[in-house]
Design a protein around this ligand. Structure first.
Ligand code: SF4
Ligand code: SF4
Length: 77
């Protein structure tokens, strides 16, 4: 049996905290961090990574290409 899992990685230094990715995520995976990056913005983080379904809405939407989505195939999952 195979199962797909998805890993969403956000480059906190590229993120400007516009929240577009948060607004288009259907699974509430993403949220704005309380921390601030070197550019002075609150950045997005993956608060619920296990809920990600790999739809790529977030990475398609990000104007700063700060989001990388990876798909992994897990056998025997
Ligand atoms: S790929 Fe889809 S489900 Fe996963 S974090 Fe991005 S918008 Fe949310
Ligand atoms: S869309 Fe990109 S720049 Fe905007 S909050 Fe999300 S990761 Fe940051």
């Amino acid at each position: 049996m195979k199962a797909r899992t998805y890993t969403v990685r956000i480059d906190r230094n590229r993120c400007k905290g516009c929240e577009l990715c948060i607004s288009v995520c259907p699974r509430q995976v993403l949220e704005l961090s309380g921390e601030i990056n070197p550019r002075g913005y609150h950045f997005t983080r993956a608060a619920n990574p296990s809920s990600c379904i790999g739809c790529a809405n977030c990475s398609d939407m990000c104007p700063d290409t700060a989001i990388e989505l990876r798909e992994e195939m897990n056998r025997h999952a």
